[in-house]
Design a protein around this ligand. Structure first.
Ligand code: ATP
Length: 323
């Protein structure tokens, strides 16, 4: 292996830059030529491919976002799009790829490898943390801390005005962000896609709290909860309990930005190095992960098809600690 390329794809996540840096520096250390591909699979199709050097990744470890940019690329889902991408990859003589992204990115990489035989290793760059094959994904720790910071501020105002706050955090398919926000933010309730939310129970819990003279409530809602997002859930509560001053805060895209935490920088650096060394060792079609502090490689097939369940003990923790 002489020339490798790295790209970021799907939703951006804080720590992607630290991972790019680790890929580039590890490649340089092992005397490989390294290239960046801009804007995910779009750049691959359009030949937005450029040489990276050690100094190209100076002063980026602390920055959110991704210097390589990210994009969704429907064209890569067509055989014609992938053929165009392959033509560009071969024009540059690239013989290995590091893909930083989520399951969609890995699905594309797997198909690309099957069609054209280019080795690909994935690094899990997504704030959602719902990928099988790693304890944590790049950007998750930062996103949780950003949300928690906002929740702390909401708690101050909730307490002063005796209000119920429904705080929506990211998580279309999973409660991975919502759960630590609820525990760490001292929330009274959490609503996540993995469990069925019972509106009568929610209303009963609020009423019970009111009877016990509890004056403010924080309820964390993952955006993909089965009863809807925070706005819909708050509307249902207001209908049942019109006397309650229910407010909604949607934390939104601030969760994707910001300087990565120490944990994310460390994780991204470990994964970037392991991705390059995995390619050099002849690995392909696998995602690098860290489980119990150890580097592991999981076939894309498993990452894409298997679920990483959320700990049930966390739900119990929210319930008991909010009493
Ligand atoms: P996130 O978890 O942040 O959403 P992701 O990698 O899952 O990240 P997607 O938008 O699902 O994000 O996928 C990124 C890109 O991967 C798509 O825009 C597309 O170019 C490519 N991709 C996704 N699914 C396929 C597929 N079935 N075949 C080929 N390419 C795909």
């Amino acid at each position: 292996m002489k020339k490798i390329a790295v790209f970021t794809s799907g939703g951006d996540a804080p720590g992607m830059n630290a991972c790019i840096r680790a890929v580039v520096r590890t490649a340089v250390y092992h005397k490989l030529e390294v290239y960046g591909i801009g804007r995910g699979y779009n750049g691959m199709i359009q030949g937005e491919i450029f040489r990276l050097f050690s100094h190209s990744v100076s002063n980026i470890i602390q920055k959110g976002g991704t210097i390589l940019k990210s994009a969704r690329c429907p064209e890569f889902q067509t055989p014609e799009g992938r053929k165009r991408a392959y033509d560009q990859i071969s024009k540059f003589g690239i013989d290995g790829i590091v893909a930083i992204g989520g399951n969609g990115t890995f699905t594309g990489a797997q198909i690309f490898h099957e069609e054209y035989g280019i080795p690909v290793i994935g690094a899990p760059g997504t704030i959602d943390n719902d990928l099988y094959g790693t304890d944590y994904t790049i950007g998750y720790d930062t996103a949780v801390n950003t949300a928690l910071d906002a929740i702390d501020k909401i708690r101050d105002t909730a307490d002063s005005h005796e209000r119920v706050f429904f705080v929506e955090v990211m998580g279309r398919d999973s409660g991975y962000i919502a759960m630590p926000c609820a525990i760490g933010g001292g929330a009274e309730m959490v609503m996540i896609p993995e469990t069925i939310t019972s509106m009568p129970e929610v209303i009963e819990t609020l009423q019970q709290g009111w009877r016990r003279s509890k004056t403010s409530f924080i309820i964390i809602v993952a955006e993909g909860d089965d009863e809807g997002g925070a706005t819909e859930i708050a509307a249902k509560v207001k209908q049942a309990l019109p006397q309650m001053d229910a407010k909604v805060t949607i934390i939104g895209h601030v969760q994707r930005g910001g300087s990565p935490t120490a944990a994310d920088r460390l994780l991204s650096s470990q994964m970037g190095m392991a991705a390059v060394e995995g390619l050099m060792a002849g690995r392909t079609n696998e995602m690098v992960g860290v489980i119990n502090g150890e580097i592991v490689y999981t076939p894309f097939h498993d990452t894409i098809t298997k679920k990483k369940p959320i700990s049930e003990s966390f739900l119990k923790l929210v319930q008991i600690l909010s009493n």
